[in-house]
Design a protein around this ligand. Structure first.
Ligand SMILES: CC(C)(COP(=O)(O)OP(=O)(O)OC[C@H]1O[C@@H](n2cnc3c(N)ncnc32)[C@H](O)[C@@H]1OP(=O)(O)O)[C@@H](O)C(=O)NCCC(=O)NCCSC(=O)CCO
Length: 261
């Protein structure tokens, strides 16, 4: 399928790389971007070969500087609601993808860009990356999950500090706060992301999906329900062919050969 504001590639057979591609506006997220992200994530979901996804931005300055301010400028309250709902649907698709996702933050990840990064399972940042929710400086608040996902990742106090002040934090601080998993030089970012995705891709696809579901769905439950949900996911592993192979390979002291079934 042809895309106009994103690029899509499969590397090393199992790794999908989705690149936000509006470099002239620092990969600002417009309606078309959300439509194409929805389409590409549907394509990825249908493709059983894919075992890890990397989401990044074009150029060396930004992952994404957020929602396209020139589109926001024209919105009525009702239209703003529809814009946020469209973003929500695409983000929900990304969050519930049964495959691990990695955001490779190659520069600014602001507003909707930070929100999109927080929909991914893991975040790697280049040393020049800057993260934040500066919506307050435009007279609005985050509308793509920022008030919720940021608070869950860094805690309510730090989220409030960022959202109330619009302050932008460097990658190092984002790492100290647990907002990103790792910080690497810009020129090593994609190599690091592909290496991490490659390591994940050596595991069983259905078992990765069960691990992701146990963590994500469990974190929305109270502890008792979450622990019971983990038990169901653990039992689900025993319904896969791959768990036989994993255990057999361990006992035979060899590398497992998973069939993703
Ligand atoms: C990211 C900033 C700090 C970079 O500043 P600077 O290096 O000075 O680069 P600029 O000249 O400002 O930007 C280059 C070019 O990109 C356009 N642009 C940048 N961000 C956006 C955007 N979000 N929407 C539309 N266009 C954008 C900018 O206008 C320039 O275009 P020219 O045609 O060359 O003029 C700085 O750009 C910045 O602060 N950006 C806005 C960040 C922001 O407020 N994000 C939140 C948006 S609201 C939101 O996401 C709601 C969802 O919750």
């Amino acid at each position: 399928m042809g895309y106009s504001v994103i690029d899509y590639q499969i590397v090393q057979d199992h790794i999908a790389v989705v690149t936000l591609s509006r470099p002239e506006s620092l990969n600002a997220l417009n309606r078309q971007m959300f439509i194409e992200l929805g389409l590409v994530f549907s394509e990825i979901e249908r493709d059983n070969r894919i075992k890890a996804v990397i989401l990044t931005g074009s150029g060396s300055k930004a992952f994404s500087a957020g929602a396209d301010v020139s589109e926001l400028q024209r919105l009525s309250a009702m239209e703003a609601r529809n814009f946020a709902l469209a973003a929500y649907r695409t983000q929900d698709q990304i969050c519930s993808l049964p495959v691990p996702t990695i955001a490779a933050l190659n520069g600014y990840a602001l507003g909707g860009g930070c929100e999109l990064a927080m929909c991914c399972d893991l975040r790697l940042a280049s040393e020049n990356a800057r993260l934040g929710q500066p919506e307050i400086n435009l007279g609005i608040i985050p509308g793509g999950g920022g008030t919720q996902r940021l608070a869950r990742l860094v805690g309510v106090s730090r989220a409030k500090e960022l959202i109330f002040t619009g302050k932008i934090i460097p990658a190092r601080v984002a790492y100290e706060w647990g907002l990103v998993n790792r910080v690497v030089p810009l020129e090593e970012l994609m190599e690091t992301a592909i290496k991490l995705a490659g390591e994940i891709a050596t595991k069983s696809r259905p078992v990765l999906a069960l691990a992701k579901s146990a963590i994500d769905r469990g974190s929305d439950m109270d502890l008792t329900h979450a622990l019971h949900y983990e038990i169901e996911c653990f039992a689900g592993c025993f319904a896969t062919e791959d768990h036989h192979e994993g255990i057999k390979a361990f006992l035979e002291k060899r590398v497992p050969r998973y069939t993703d079934r």
